[in-house]
Design a protein around this ligand. Sequence first.
Ligand code: P6F
Ligand code: MG
Ligand code: MG
Ligand code: MG
Length: 392
Amino acid sequence: MSDERRVTISVIKADIGSIAGHHKVHPDTMAAAARVLAEAKRKGTIIDYYVTHVGDDLQLIMTHRKGVDSSDIHGLAWEAFKKAAEVAKELGLYAAGQDLLSDAFSGNVRGLGPGVAEMEIVERRSEPIVVFMADKTEPGAFNLPLFKIFADPFNTAGLVIDPRMHDGFKFEVLDLYEGKYVVLNSPEEMYDLLALIGTPSRYVIKRVYRKSDDEIAAVVSSERLNLIAGRYVGKDDPVAIVRAQSGFPALGEILEPFSFPHLVAGWMRGSHWGPLMPVGLRDAKCTRFDGPPRIIGLGFNITKGRLIGPVDLFDDPAFDETRRLAQQIADYMRRHGPFMPHRLGPEEMEYTTLPQVLEKLKNRFTDAEYYTKYVHVKLRGVVKEAESEAHD
Ligand SMILES: O=C(COP(=O)(O)O)[C@@H](O)[C@H](O)[C@H](O)COP(=O)(O)O
Ligand SMILES: [Mg+2]
Ligand SMILES: [Mg+2]
Ligand SMILES: [Mg+2]
């Protein structure tokens, strides 16, 4: 295959600080990052780039011929984030440099804080792709839509009626706790797949391949910041790249699952379930209760490595009802306040005061049997005495 058609798409993102809270990236920080990428394009390190944001996450979409995990490309992204973070610091933006967890870059941004989704492809005659970018949620948020896109015939008609997709797809699932991969075939192993990815905090779909020829179809960023930093440093805010058309799901089949604003973990303080709201770029910011979690979808064509586009795919009345439903779900969930299931379970909460509360109360907890026999009886006696005194 000629090298001319081999191209890598790298989407690398980081929260380098934002205006008025964890709300929205400042345009001057985007400009600082864009200057670094423009210079790299001039020098030929990358073919093309597009800088954007969702909420407080700065997004670098780049094309090049250096393959995935290239230290040149990761180094370039790191430099762009550093320059943007400097501007964020100068402007006194909130949480400046938030996702840059290390001072030293050592060849790869993985493990340093930024999120990465990359795929190397041989460009088709026409190569449509969608880049999804979400804020206030985690990588597992893509499990449900990717399952629907690549495994659910009620979503993707092509699985049934397009001969090029009829064999199905392979799902590479990453166990975030053990750091292990398993590859499962759909439709044959669909129930096993669902058994895993139904726990999106632990098992995430990392890549999807077309089964008939092992062509890559989708890739998701899978960095879990709290597992890297060992403490809460914001939510992971994942990104994904999905290839469309001509033997891959049609653009409309790729967008269709997002018409259902499914519940994802994240939202306020990374510790609440909330609906994933698809929005256009103009609404790519988090407001109500630091959310609700938002996702944007930008469509491009890759042509000789150039990024043609983008089109702002959720900026469309076809998603108005989804947004309205998401608002209603947000209202319903919010009314639970600090109660589960709006609040995540204790094992999944990004930060919690529970250990301190338990420590403070530890001497006030009484053994249940002793409590019923003596303390409770005594308390009831006191009440009875008080009642009879009141009647006298
Ligand atoms: O989850 C959040 C931010 O995540 P993010 O930066 O988008 O990864 C927010 O809800 C914050 O946790 C919340 O605003 C409190 O922030 P701090 O005051 O602790 O910085
Ligand atoms: Mg932030
Ligand atoms: Mg964010
Ligand atoms: Mg984050």
